[in-house]
Design a protein. Structure first.
Ligand SMILES: *[C@@H]1O[C@H](CO)[C@@H](O)[C@H](O)[C@H]1NC(C)=O
Ligand SMILES: *[C@@H]1O[C@H](CO)[C@@H](O)[C@H](O)[C@H]1NC(C)=O
Ligand SMILES: *[C@@H]1O[C@H](CO)[C@@H](O)[C@H](O)[C@H]1NC(C)=O
Length: 606
C-alpha cells in the first residue's frame, strides 16, 4: 500500500517478513541493491552496441526493481542462488527522442526499447548543464550586456534553470534558461543575481536559442554576503564550537552489504540518482514472537516541488521539481565526519551514472547513532510512602542521512529509526535563498507588488514553497494493509446522564476507495493508521502504524494555475493508491516541461 505524503517545511513522522542477506555469486547481495559499477558499465556497453555511431545520452540509469511478490518470496525462501531477474531501467535521449530502455543484465540484452512521445522530458544530466552554462561566455550579445553593466566577465557564473509549462499547446523542444550571477569579492554568488537578461538554451542543439537584455537593475553588493568561516562575534560562539561525540566502543549497528541492523531494527539502505535515499524492507524484531515484523517495504522522496511566486518576466517560470528535473540523488554531495555528519558516523558510497559515464559516488550517505541527552521514557513515582522511584530510559536512535544541494538550497534528509519502533523522517532546509536583484534599498520605498521581502539592499527574497512528497509503501506486519482514519468526533450529552456537556470519542473508518483516503490535513481531528486487518493483538486491538504529520500545509494556488496542474499531487497531504511498481514519481516520470498528465493526482481513482 504505497502512501504518498506531502509536507511543506517539512517533516513527517511515520511509523509497520523478514529479510536475510548473504553474499551471492552475482556481485550484488540483495535484489534491491542498486546497480554496481560493473553493472552500470555493462548497461552502457549494451545500449551503445545497439546504437553504433549515434550519440546516446543517459539521463537516468537505475535498478528496474523486481516486482514486490518476487522480492518477498526471495526473502522468505532465503535462497540466494535463485535471485530475481536483474534489470536496469535506462532513460536516454537518442537522435532527439526520449527512449525508455529495459536492459536484462543476466542475458546481456535489451528487453524493450520504447520511444516516449508524451509531454515532458527526462531529468537533466549534469554534463549538459555544465556545457550549457559555458555558452554565454562566447556569445557576443551576452559579453556586451555584461560590459554595459560595468561588470567583469570572468567574475560571472551561470546556472541552469528549468522552464516549466504555461499552457502552450505545441510541444516545445528541450530547453533550459540560464541565470547568471556575479562573484567579484564573494563566493556567495546566489546573493548577486544579474537581473534583466533572458538566455534560453536549446539542449538538443546545445545553442543559445533566444536572448534578451531588457533592463538594468543593480547587482546587490558583495559586502556582508560571505558565509565561509564567519568570524565568531561573541565569546559564546567560540564556546559553541568544538563539541564532540564520543563512542569509544564504536557504533552498535552493523552493515551486511546494504542491510543495516541496529537495536531491534533491520532495513536495507540504498541510493538512487533521482530519489536519493531509498529505505527498503524495514522490519523490527518482536521479542515475544521471536521474529522480525515488517513495517516499510520501500520509502523514498518521490518529488520536491518548489514554485516561486514572483510574476516578473524572468521569474514567473521558476517552478522547480528538484527531484524530477535535477535528481535529488544526482544532487547529493559528499559528506564528511564533523562536516554535516557527526564524528561517529559511517559513510556509504554507491555507483551512479553521471557525466556521461558510470562512476562512484563516495560517502553520499552517512549513518550514525544519535544520543543527545533526550528522554525516551521516564517516570518518577512519589505516591509510595517512604519511597521515590525514578526510572529513565535515554533516547538513542539511528539516523540515515543524505544532503542534496540543488543550486542554492541544501536539503538534509534524515530517516531516524527509534527504539520505540517509529521512524521519523525529517528534511532540513538550509543553504541560500534565491533572491532577486532590485532597485530598492529600503522597505519604505516599495510601492508595488514586490513578490517577496527585502532582505538586504537591492535584494528581494522571493516568496516560494517547498513541497516534499514521500512514497511510502508500508507493509505493516504483512503484505495486506488497510488505511484507517480515526476521526475524533465530539458528541453532546443529550440527557442528564452526566454533569458534562460534551465529550469526544474515536470513530474509525477504513478507506474503501482511493478518494476516501485523500486527506487535507488540518481540516479536522484525525489520526491516520496503516493497519493489517487480518491481525490482532492478544487483546483484540488492531495492529498498525500511525502516520504522524508535522506541520503540514497545502498549496494556495488554484487548480487551473499551470504550475499547480503539474504539481497537482500537492493538493492532498496524503494519498493512498494500490501497489503499482511504475507509479513512483508523484510528478510523473518525465517532469521537465510536464503538463501534469502523469501525476499522482491523475493515477488516483475517484
Ligand atoms: C555526437 O556528438 C559529438 C560531440 O557532441 C558531435 O561532434 C557529433 O557530431 C555527434 N554525432 C552525431 C552522429 O550526432
Ligand atoms: C443518556 O444518554 C446515554 C448516551 O448518550 C445513554 O447511554 C443513556 O442510556 C441515556 N440515558 C437515558 C436515561 O436516556
Ligand atoms: C500501473 O501504472 C501505470 C502508470 O500509471 C498504468 O499505465 C498501468 O495501467 C498500471 N497498472 C495496473 C496493473 O494498474
Amino acid at each position: 500500500m504505497p502512501l504518498f505524503f506531502k509536507i511543506s517545511h517539512l517533516f513527517l513522522l511515520l511509523f509497520v517478513s523478514t529479510l536475510s542477506s548473504s553474499s551471492s555469486p552475482f556481485g550484488y547481495n540483495h535484489p534491491l541493491d542498486s546497480l554496481t559499477l560493473s553493472e552500470l558499465t555493462q548497461v552502457k556497453t549494451i545500449v551503445k552496441k545497439s546504437y553504433l555511431l549515434i550519440n546516446v545520452t543517459f539521463h537516468y540509469v537505475g535498478l528496474n526493481e523486481p516486482e514486490k511478490p518476487l522480492v518477498l518470496s526471495w526473502i522468505s525462501i532465503n535462497h540466494p542462488t535463485k535471485n530475481p531477474p536483474r534489470e536496469a531501467i535506462v532513460i536516454t535521449r537518442i537522435d532527439q527522442k526520449t527512449h525508455e530502455i529495459i536492459v536484462d543484465l543476466s542475458s546481456d540484452s535489451i528487453l524493450s526499447d520504447k520511444i516516449y512521445d508524451g509531454h515532458g522530458y527526462p531529468m537533466l544530466t549534469s554534463q549538459e548543464q555544465n556545457v550549457a552554462e559555458k555558452l554565454p561566455f562566447t556569445y557576443q550579445p551576452f559579453i556586451s550586456s555584461i560590459e554595459k553593466r560595468g561588470l567583469r566577465l570572468k567574475e560571472v557564473v551561470c546556472q541552469s534553470s528549468t522552464v516549466g509549462w504555461y499552457g502552450e499547446k505545441r510541444k516545445s523542444n528541450r530547453m533550459i534558461k540560464l541565470i547568471c550571477y556575479y562573484l567579484d569579492g564573494t563566493v556567495n554568488l546566489y546573493m548577486r543575481p544579474i537581473e534583466g537578461i533572458t538566455i534560453v538554451v536549446g539542449l538538443d542543439q546545445m545553442k543559445i536559442a533566444s536572448y534578451l537584455d531588457r533592463l538594468m537593475v543593480p547587482v546587490p553588493k558583495a559586502d556582508g554576503t560571505d558565509y565561509i568561516e564567519p568570524k565568531p562575534r561573541a565569546r559564546s560562539n567560540l564556546q559553541l564550537d568544538g563539541k564532540r561525540i564520543m563512542q569509544p566502543d564504536g557504533p552498535t549497528f552493523t552493515l551486511d552489504g546494504n542491510t543495516v541492523r541496529w537495536a531491534d531494527w533491520k532495513f536495507h539502505v540504498d541510493y538512487d540518482m533521482r530519489a536519493g535515499i531509498i529505505i527498503s524492507l524495514a522490519s523490527i524484531f518482536d521479542d515475544d514472537k521471536g521474529e522480525f515484523r515488517s513495517v516499510l517495504y520501500r520509502g523514498f522522496i518521490s518529488e520536491v516541488f518548489v514554485p516561486y511566486m514572483d510574476l516578473s518576466e524572468d521569474w514567473y517560470d521558476r517552478t522547480f521539481f528538484d527531484a524530477g528535473e535535477f535528481g535529488f540523488g544526482l544532487s547529493a554531495v559528499e559528506l564528511q565526519a564533523s562536516k554535516g555528519c557527526p564524528e561517529n558516523a559511517k559513510f556509504l558510497g554507491y555507483s551512479i551514472y553521471q557525466d556521461g559515464t558510470p562512476g562512484k559516488m563516495p560517502n553520499v550517505i552517512c549513518i550514525f547513532e544519535r544520543y543527545a541527552g533526550d528522554i525516551m521514557w521516564r517516570h518518577t513515582e512519589l505516591a509510595i510512602p517512604g519511597e521515590v522511584i525514578a526510572k529513565v530510559k535515554p533516547a538513542v536512535s539511528l539516523v540515515v542521512r543524505m544532503v542534496s544541494t540543488v543550486g542554492n538550497y541544501d536539503y538534509i534528509t534524515d530517516y531516524e529509526f527509534k527504539q520505540s519502533g517509529s521512524i521519523k523522517v525529517t528534511v532540513g532546509l538550509t543553504g541560500m535563498l534565491e533572491v532577486r536583484g532590485s532597485m530598492y534599498t529600503h522597505n519604505d520605498h516599495i510601492t508595488e507588488e514586490a513578490y517577496g521581502t527585502l532582505v538586504a539592499e537591492n535584494t528581494l527574497g522571493a516568496y516560494h514553497d517547498h513541497f516534499l512528497t514521500f512514497h511510502l509503501d508500508l507493509y505493516v506486519d504483512g503484505h495486506e494493509n488497510s488505511f484507517v482514519k480515526n476521526n475524533l468526533k465530539t458528541s453532546r450529552v443529550i440527557n442528564k446522564s452526566s454533569p458534562r456537556k460534551r465529550y469526544w470519542t474515536v470513530v474509525s473508518e477504513t478507506a474503501k476507495t482511493e478518494s476516501d483516503a485523500r486527506i487535507q490535513l488540518g481540516s479536522g481531528a484525525l489520526e491516520m493508521v496503516a493497519v493489517n486487518p487480518n491481525k490482532k493483538t492478544n487483546l483484540g486491538n488492531k495492529i498498525g502504524y500511525y502516520l504522524i504529520p508535522g506541520s503540514a500545509t497545502g498549496p494556495l494556488l488554484s487548480d487551473d494555475d499551470y504550475p499547480q496542474i503539474r504539481g497537482g499531487f500537492t493538493k492532498y497531504n496524503v494519498w493512498v493508491t494500490p501497489y503499482n511498481k511504475s507509479e513512483k514519481w508523484a510528478g510523473g516520470l518525465y517532469t521537465d516541461q510536464s503538463h501534469g498528465d502523469d501525476t499522482l493526482a491523475m493515477w488516483s481513482l475517484m
